[in-house]
Design a protein around this ligand. Structure first.
Ligand SMILES: Nc1nc2c(c(=O)[nH]1)N[C@H]1C(S)=C(S)[C@@H](COP(=O)(O)O)O[C@H]1N2
Ligand SMILES: [Mo]
Length: 357
């Protein structure tokens, strides 16, 4: 009898809301930024980046174990115990380090292996849960504890370490809730980490164990992948390059790639974000015109994004729109990227093709 292949993710990913990127392996879906409503990304439109299919986890059986050389007392917590602890909410983006990878092909004429994301491997949600440092405190850290690695319960046991200082930050949390709803299965149910400003890979989903160590910890996701590696980057042994931490400033139009618009005066909108803090400025340029400033719309939350807009009297024809952002650290998007072997952290100013007719 004919049996349809089981889906690797559970939520619907209709073509009107999601783009299936090339080399997406059936587990990766980017969002359509065109028409994305509001400030928070609704759950049914949030991108998915999973290295393996969404696992089925029964929260009643589930436990979170905290152990390793950096704790005095190995500890396990149940779902109910986590829910009974003080809860905090943070509004933060999760952005894949590979967001924009497809532009390397455009710039360098050769493709970098991996999911060919355009600009939709990003979303902003309100995450609610327990501070990671409160959970670690239950296991009583040793003085020399320095490295923390949350591990996923997916079939690959995806795991990406972070230094203790980042693990202890006010806004590093174990999220149980996303936009006011129980964390959806594709996004890490029953519990995931949220690491503010860092690449999405640090925000490990479906966690089952958190190891704390007195020695730096490694996984292949900070030694062989999610590193900046290549001729222009130094190795940081045992990694092939520099392990990626904070995501760089970038700005995108809320338009299809490429977009078709009607002639006439209209509001052009987009979003800008930086792992380094709030966005201080978004400039725009149409074709070879002069640089102007877009209006920023509240809210403008550090570690999330800001929406921006400008008015455009669109004349019929083929156009290119550039929309570079600058963050409060003074970092402006570069005009050109250096090559890196994993195609990560693309944030050069791109020319967005827009056809008006
Ligand atoms: N366990 C586990 N956690 C994971 C991943 C994964 O494959 N397995 N992917 C990571 C990557 S690379 C990204 S970009 C984000 C994506 O989060 P989302 O699917 O909720 O958008 O989850 C991270 N956490
Ligand atoms: Mo990612």
């Amino acid at each position: 009898m004919f049996k349809s292949k089981p889906r690797k993710v559970l939520k619907p990913t209709p073509a009107e809301l999601f783009i299936k990127p090339e080399q997406g392996e059936g587990t990766n879906f980017e969002i359509r930024l065109a028409g994305l409503p509001g400030y928070l990304t609704p759950i049914d439109r949030f991108y998915i980046r999973s290295h393996a299919p969404t696992p089925h986890i029964d929260a009643k059986q589930w436990q979170l174990r905290i152990d390793g050389s950096g704790v005095r007392q190995s500890t396990t917590l149940s779902y109910d115990e986590l829910r009974a602890m003080p809860q905090t909410s943070v509004t933060r983006m999760v952005e894949c380090a590979g967001n924009g990878r497809v532009f390397f092909k455009q710039d360098f004429g050769r493709e970098i292996g991996g999911t060919q994301w355009r600009t939709g491997a990003i979303g902003v949600a309100e995450w609610t849960g327990v501070r990671l440092r409160d959970v670690l405190a239950r296991a009583k850290l040793t003085r020399a504890a320095c490295s923390v690695i949350p591990e996923g319960l997916d079939e690959l046991r995806f795991a990406r370490p972070l230094p203790l200082t980042k693990a202890m930050a006010d806004d590093t949390i174990i999220a149980l809730v996303m936009n006011g709803e129980v964390l959806p299965r594709d996004h890490g149910y029953p519990a995931r980490v949220i690491v503010s400003g860092w690449l999405g890979a640090a925000s490990v989903k479906w966690i089952g164990r958190i190891q704390v160590s007195e020695e730096p910890l490694y996984s292949k996701w900070n030694t062989e992948d999610y590193t900046m590696a290549g001729p222009d980057y130094a190795r940081e042994e045992p990694a092939d390059g520099a392990p990626i931490t904070t995501m760089p400033v970038m700005s995108v139009l809320n338009l299809d790639w490429s977009a078709t618009l009607s002639p006439g005066t209209q509001v052009i909108r987009g979003r800008a974000f930086s792992g380094e803090g709030r966005i201080s400025r978004v400039e725009y340029k149409i074709d070879n015109g002069s640089w102007r400033q877009a209006r920023l719309c509240e809210p403008n939350i550090a570690g999330a994004w800001v929406r921006w807009e400008f008015d455009w009297r669109a004349e019929p024809g083929e156009h290119e729109i550039r929309v570079p952002a600058t963050d409060e650290q003074g970092h402006r998007q570069p005009d050109k990227m250096l090559w890196n072997d994993h195609g990560c952290q693309y944030n050069a100013v791109v020319a967005h093709p827009v056809s008006v007719h």
